[in-house]
Design a protein around this ligand. Sequence first.
Ligand SMILES: Nc1ncnc2c1ncn2[C@@H]1O[C@H](COP(=O)(O)OP(=O)(O)OP(=O)(O)O)[C@@H](O)[C@H]1O
Length: 249
Amino acid sequence: MTELANSLLYLDGVTVSFDGFRALNNLSLVVGHGEMRAIIGPNGAGKTTMMDVITGKTRPDKGDVLFHGAHDLTRLDEAAIAELGIGRKFQRPTVFESHTVLDNIVLALEGPRGVFSSLFARLTGPQRDRIDEVLDTIRLGERRNELAGSLSHGQKQWLEIGMLLAQDPALLLVDEPAAGMTDAETAETAVLLRRIAETHSVVVVEHDMTFVRDLGVRVTVLHEGSVLAEGSLDQVSADERVIEVYLGR
Ligand SMILES: Nc1ncnc2c1ncn2[C@@H]1O[C@H](COP(=O)(O)OP(=O)(O)OP(=O)(O)O)[C@@H](O)[C@H]1O
């Protein structure tokens, strides 16, 4: 039980069926406090379904999903799970394009009832410090007054990561951040996530192996809804079963 005690996120025997098809099949996975974990796996392996279960979007048929070893996520709705400190970034950026970079972060900090713009002046000192820190982390400090719509695709992804970060979740779930990015942006994103991981736990789903290598973290390989292998990227890429799954033999 020490695994459970030391875990931030604990999945045990999680099964999700869609019309009899098991998208997750007895999936068990433990993410530690302060850990960044990369999740890889071929199309249909169950990565998105796993994220959906953690965030309360999909209810498992069976299994335990615990946060901080205590909160049973299978009994909470999406809002309650977000409130507990689990933030998710979806693959496509959904920033408010006609507002500035700064306003996007301010709105995220204030939550759904925040009012756009202008109100930066009304924020408390610690809130402003937090915003500056977030802008610095996501490398957009210099562009804070520009419209989000003028950012490149990669920068929009960073802004959205920043919007998540502004809420200071204990665990960030990040879905394919490098998709559609240039090589330079992809490399920068790995640096950015490594910095975030100094103070937060992170689960990253990603297909881009160069990016996963840059992250330099423990990798979990999913296949047919279960964990096929776990270890460093070098370890899992040398695993015969992983090679077979990726080569489709
Ligand atoms: N709502 C649903 N109804 C029926 N089948 C579903 C549903 N959601 C997912 N599936 C199936 O479950 C399996 C796992 O899907 P999932 O999206 O979790 O995989 P993934 O690893 O995220 O794949 P990708 O890398 O392509 O995004 C797939 O075979 C998918 O078709």
